[in-house]
Design a binder for this molecule. Structure first.
Ligand code: HEM
Length: 379
């Protein structure tokens, strides 16, 4: 009998002293990313309907609107693009968690919160929690006024607020806030990193970029408003190959970690329960025993002819098993729309004066930025 994901018992996240996830607890709480055991199983069961195709379908309009805004900003010369304070705070929080995880002296709470970094962390946590609370309260009031959700389409927040388990019990206010914070982080930073590194790969390989553009031009040929419909998404076959290869060579989440729940023997060495195990997706995707010529960006690896040669655990940008990414379809759809709309209008080239560096944090970052030259296409 096949088990639903939440009926499996995944290895827990390492939240003990020294474990990386522990440092994100004051920010994300026991949301889906960090929770374990029964709490995780209940939340995963309640939240899975939020990623059903029927719920994802109307988000296509939001992806298109976001693409529109991004393209508009590109047309303005000297436009100073200010990041939202929420995005600034999340970036700082994830940077601090990364620094803290690598420095054992900052692990004890009583030391960390005495440092200026600890105080900044607390300040940003309070701010992001207040934003999440405001969003939740606003929607709660709307739902109260309407008595029951009357919108044609429910979104993620409606589902969080109205979900009930088999005993008719919903999520508490704190559980809802933890999920909102988790999804705002997991849903934004990861996709932003993915799109940036895919654009970098395509700027480095004009031949693949041109092939994507030919495909995009053919799909958008008769659309004066350039709007991508839900039905168009499966047509972007070559773009999808480039996206997957982009996430192979630069996985947005470079590593995850677990604590062993039972003894495990790897290469003749036995590890005891509780041992922390880091699973490095970046190294997996660059391992020459798994991938031939791993440093070469080659979208043909994901062509119809070749895709069956890829093993089930060779390509893991969204992790694997019961604790895989719940938002992976959402993310793939968003990446397709944003990249297709961008490449339809513009061609990008690498800035030859800039050296792009990689930093392995909670998400894969480019500490000094990715610089490309953007040229309007003649059509
Ligand atoms: C390119 C984009 C994305 C990538 C590469 C990505 C990758 C991942 C990975 C590797 C994990 C496992 C993390 C771990 O074990 O510590 C994960 C979990 C998760 N992701 Fe994503 N993600 C992406 C987008 C999204 C989006 C758009 C959402 C929500 C809208 C989302 C929500 C989550 C949540 C809630 C979890 C925890 C799931 C659980 O433990 O049951 N992710 N993601």
């Amino acid at each position: 009998m096949a088990l639903a994901l939440w009926e499996c018992r995944p290895e827990p996240k390492n939240r003990g002293f020294g474990g990386g996830y522990r440092h994100a607890l004051p920010w994300l709480g026991e949301g889906l990313l960090i929770a374990g055991g029964q709490r995780w199983a209940r939340s995963r069961r309640l939240l899975t309907p939020a990623f059903h195709f029927d719920i994802l379908h109307p988000y296509i309009n939001i992806y298109n609107d976001s693409a529109e805004l991004m393209l508009f900003l590109h047309t303005g010369y000297n436009t100073e693009i200010k990041r939202h304070p929420y995005v600034e705070a999340v970036t700082e929080l994830s940077k601090i968690i990364d620094i803290r995880t690598r420095n054992v002296l900052l692990h004890p709470n009583f030391v960390f919160y005495l440092t200026s970094m600890g105080k900044t962390f607390k300040k940003h946590c309070d701010y992001v929690h207040s934003v999440a609370k405001e969003v939740i309260d606003r929607r709660k009031n709307k739902l109260k006024e309407a008595k029951s959700p009357t919108k044609k389409y429910l979104d993620f927040l409606d589902i969080l607020l109205t979900a009930r388990d088999e005993n008719g019990v919903g999520l508490t206010d704190l559980e809802i806030r933890n999920e909102v914070d988790t999804f705002l982080f997991e849903g934004h930073d990861t996709t932003a990193s993915g799109i940036s590194w895919i654009l970098y790969a395509l700027a480095s390989h004009p031949e693949f970029q041109r092939k994507c553009q030919e495909e995009i031009d053919a799909i958008l040929e008769d659309k004066a408003d350039e709007k991508i419909e839900w039905e168009d998404l499966p047509k972007f076959e070559y773009l999808t190959q480039c996206i997957k290869e982009g996430m192979r060579i630069n996985p947005p989440v470079p590593a995850v970690a677990r604590a062993l729940s039972k003894k495990m023997t790897i290469d003749g060495i036995t590890y005891l329960p509780g041992t922390m195990v880091a699973l490095n997706m970046y190294l997996l995707h660059h391992n020459p025993t798994v991938w031939k010529n791993p440093e070469i960006y080659d979208p043909e690896r994901f062509s119809k002819e070749n895709i069956d040669k890829i093993g089930p655990f060779d390509f893991c940008p969204f992790a694997a098993g019961p604790r895989n990414c719940i938002g992976q379809n959402f993310a793939m759809n968003e990446e397709k729309v944003l990249l297709a709309r961008f490449l339809h209008r513009y061609t990008i080239e690498l800035d030859p004066t800039h050296v792009t560096e990689k930093a392995f944090a909670l998400v894969l970052r480019a500490p000094n930025g990715i610089k490309v030259i953007v040229k309007k296409r003649k059509q």
